[in-house]
Design a protein around this ligand. Structure first.
Ligand code: FES
Ligand code: FE
Length: 430
């Protein structure tokens, strides 16, 4: 549906009234093709709703298997009022538990990451096995049954080495079909065996949806000079209907894509686009596309950042496998390294963006790769994106804000919002 060309005139009295409107009313009157109304981004009530309806009920990407390579390794993740321990049990299975003691409810682990033989509560030392079972609780009554006090589990699944959790007790949205679709694309990159070369946490001063919306379009990519050195700036555009300034890039892209397709066919690497952004509970998009210049990697000159490739690829020039998943993750997989991104809400106006660079497990920093060269493009790009998100959030805080139209190249932003509104609608009806 096309957006109206004449937006309504600003009415400050109406804007003040809208800030107090019940979420179900704003969900129902949401106008397709237009950005959301301000309370979705600025109000504490809507933020709490997002945690309950979106982050607690969807599969969300929270860590890489490479972050917990050995049994007993863990990371803790905070999502709204939830704290989750993501770990590996003694059989090396990925597990997740609520970070809430079954004694009197204390937060069990305060550290963000570490390695343990058992999960021990820091209050009265109740001790749990890596399978979540209570194995020690001092000075209990004779009839105390430890089997009744296991840690409360959280659904956890890995696809290709990427760990997703679903916090809700209810049956989570189907993961198997999603995993079966994307695993063949991810498996050749051997992410389960990879090594974390670098992880950077960035706090963006904006609502989490602005972070994700910003990720889902390249309309603003003129603000990313480092990224544009290795990225064809035609992402999201109709190649047959491009602005004149993008036609030379389109021609280079078409040639590079033909070469990449030949290579993928030879190596049996999946490359075809799958785009199911708002048609399923775990909406996603995946495809393999070429990169500019040397075409090997996201580095300032486009050459591979790591001499050791992620797997036994015969060439470093395999473009970029791009992947994003609703609601909170996006990824780039190249022949020589991979980059994963998760966005986790902290407050209505704060979002944690965690970026992780993965390399071959035997790649040695300073020998096979230079960490500054490896991270330069996306470190700069993330900081620029944080600026865009903050700018967007500040504008939305003004009573003068009214929704505006998405451009055709922002169709993935619109698809994300369609997915989001659909999930809210389902939650509100339950
Ligand atoms: Fe954890 Fe007491 S609250 S041991
Ligand atoms: Fe950007």
């Amino acid at each position: 549906m096309s957006a109206p060309t004449q937006p309504p005139q600003f009415n400050p009295d109406l804007a003040r009234e809208e800030a107090a409107v019940d979420p179900s009313q704003l969900v129902e009157r949401r106008e397709v093709g237009m950005s959301l109304e301000a309370p979705f981004y600025t109000s504490q009530e809507y933020y709490d709703l997002d945690i309950d309806a979106i982050f607690a009920k969807s599969w969300i990407f929270v860590a890489n298997e490479a972050e917990i390579p050995d049994a007993g390794d863990y990371v803790t993740i905070t999502v709204g009022r939830y704290s989750i321990i993501v770990t590996r049990d003694d059989d090396e299975n990925v597990r997740a538990y609520h970070n809430v003691c079954r004694h009197r409810g204390a937060r069990i682990i305060n550290d963000e990451r570490g390695s343990v033989g058992r999960i021990v509560c820091g209050y009265h030392q109740w001790t749990y096995g890596m399978d979540g079972k209570l194995v020690f609780a001092d000075s209990q009554a004779p009839d105390f049954d430890p089997s009744c006090f296991s840690l409360r589990g959280v659904h956890a699944r890995s696809v290709g080495g990427l760990i997703f959790i679903c916090i809700s007790n209810d049956t989570p949205p189907d993961f198997d079909d999603f995993a079966a679709s994307v695993e063949p694309y991810l498996a050749p990159h051997r992410l389960r065996e990879a090594k974390v070369a670098k992880q950077i946490d960035l706090i963006e001063h904006g609502n989490w949806k602005l972070t994700v919306e910003n990720n889902r379009e390249c309309y603003h990519c003129g603000g990313h000079p480092e990224l544009l050195s290795s990225y064809f700036p035609v992402y999201g555009f109709d190649l047959d209907d491009l602005p004149a300034r993008l036609v030379p890039a389109r021609d280079r892209y078409v040639t590079a894509m033909a070469e990449l397709v030949d290579k993928c066919e030879t190596l049996s690497l999946p490359y075809a686009e799958i785009e199911e952004l708002d048609t399923r509970p775990t909406g996603f998009r995946i495809d393999r596309v070429p990169l500019e210049k040397a075409g090997e990697s996201f580095t300032p000159d486009g050459t591979a950042a790591s001499k050791k490739l992620m797997a036994d690829f015969p060439t470093p020039k395999l473009g970029r496998l791009g992947f994003h998943v609703q609601p909170n993750a996006w990824f780039h997989f190249m022949a020589d390294h991979a980059i994963t991104f998760s966005a986790i809400p902290i407050a209505p106006d704060q979002t944690l963006v965690r970026t992780t660079w993965l390399v071959h497990p035997d790649a040695v920093e300073g020998v096979d790769y230079d960490i500054d060269n490896l991270t330069a493009v996306w470190k700069a790009t993330n900081e620029q994106d944080a600026g865009f998100v903050e700018r967007a959030h500040q504008g939305l805080l003004s009573p003068a804000y009214i929704p505006g139209p998405y451009s055709p190249s922002e169709y993935q932003v619109e698809a994300f919002i369609n997915w989001y509104i659909g999930r809210l609608r389902k939650h509100l009806a339950e």
